[in-house]
Design a protein around this ligand. Structure first.
Ligand SMILES: [Zn+2]
Length: 387
């Protein structure tokens, strides 16, 4: 077994401790063996290793865990974005535009788009990606999306309940029956999680409950699109069902915050969506101060937020949601891992997978301090250079 010691680390953030404010080690070293972290600490105390890699005085952080993305789709919605920026409000209905383009696309076209997006993510420091279906909305097209996602990402989520497709507009209950019946049967073999867009204009509390119950019985873990466009039952349902995460959490009342704080359900904030739809941001401070576990993810999708950049989301979280740079980095790494119920990624404690990003900066604070600048110098995944 070859061991490698990484030196020349101006600042090493391991997140080996639970406290995001615990700080980072200056003039550090990192030892990797067999794709895992074997040792971290001050360079002066580093053990010998077979190989030595000098990182040239850069900061090292755990690879980002993007726990919420929609990457199996065709086409884009640039015109819709332009219209929204000049005054047309966002609604869930635009999803149907992407559904038509996705159904018409070949497997290879969808594969290539997914590869392009995950490559973008990797270049920006993301080493673990979650990807949902939700632009097929037929039994065949949803199963296809999950099968294709499974080829390229680690965490796969069945989102047949993204929106009621146009052909079921007058009979939404029949569509719910399909989502929790034949479509679930076809999709479950490819999926780790099931998700529902629980929102006015998408699926209501009762429909959400039916779908979550069926998915759970099928052995899938759960996540939920909750409280994005207004107050609603999504967060409470996520907690009630023991979902891994409640995502968006833009409109929360006191009960929602208390429910999240007293649960194992991670509040996954997607600030790129509020940025790209010019909407009010979630109240991250209240969630943090109540003791909720907070994650940040991109929600990369062609409609409401077409960014693959976790550094961008961190910058927005710090600037507009008043998270500290330390809290935002923690949420984008450990928080994302918790939202996927993983403890081997998102940190660089001994035994963790050696997934890390080397920054062209002396400190991770530059991720927020220098917004829009491509600061990721190199990414290592499983202890080997990626990309
Ligand atoms: Zn989403």
């Amino acid at each position: 077994m070859t061991t490698t010691v990484f030196t020349g680390i101006a600042e090493l953030t391991t997140h080996a401790d639970a406290d995001p404010d615990a700080g980072a080690v200056a003039d550090a070293a990192l030892v990797v063996a067999d794709g895992r972290v074997a040792w971290t600490g001050p360079l002066s105390q580093a053990p010998d290793a077979d190989e030595r890699v000098d990182l040239g005085g850069r900061a090292v952080i755990p690879g980002f865990v993007d726990s919420h993305a929609h990457l199996v789709f065709a086409g884009d919605r640039a015109q819709e974005f332009a219209a929204r920026m000049t005054g047309t409000p966002y609604s869930a209905g635009g999803i149907r535009t992407t559904v038509a383009a996705t159904r018409a696309a070949s497997d290879d076209a969808l594969r290539a788009n997914l590869k392009r997006l995950t490559d973008e993510m990797l270049r920006q420091g993301t080493t673990t990606v979650e990807c949902k279906s939700g632009y097929g909305l037929t039994v065949e097209d949803e199963a296809r999306a999950l099968r294709l996602a499974r080829e390229q990402v680690e965490a796969v989520t069945y989102l047949g309940a993204h929106v009621v497709p146009a052909e079921y507009k007058e009979r939404p209950e029949e569509y719910v029956d399909l989502v929790k019946g034949a479509m679930l049967d076809a999709c479950a073999p490819y999926a780790d999680y099931a998700d529902v867009f629980c929102e006015r204009g998408a699926f209501d509390a009762e429909q959400t409950r039916e779908i979550l119950t069926a998915a759970q019985a099928k052995g899938l873990d759960l996540r939920l699109h909750a409280n994005q466009l207004g107050n609603g039952p999504g967060v409470q349902l996520a907690v009630e069902f023991g979902a891994a995460s409640a995502d968006h959490c833009t409109f929360l009342d006191d009960k929602d915050i208390a429910a999240l704080a007293g649960s194992q359900t991670v509040a996954t904030l997607l600030p790129g969506v509020e940025f790209s739809t010019r909407s009010p941001y979630p109240d991250a401070r209240r969630l943090l101060e109540a003791g909720a576990t907070v994650a940040i993810a991109t929600d990369c999708n062609p409609g409401s937020c077409y960014t693959t950049s976790m550094p961008f989301c961190i910058a927005v979280a710090v600037r507009d949601m008043h998270m500290s740079p330390a809290e935002a980095l923690w949420a984008a790494t450990v928080g994302g891992a918790k939202a996927l119920r993983r403890d081997d990624i998102g940190h660089l404690g001994v035994g963790a997978r050696a997934d890390f990003a080397v920054l062209d900066a002396p400190s991770y604070i530059h991720l927020a301090y220098r917004p829009g600048v491509p600061l990721v110098h190199r990414v290592w995944k499983n202890g080997t250079p990626a990309g």
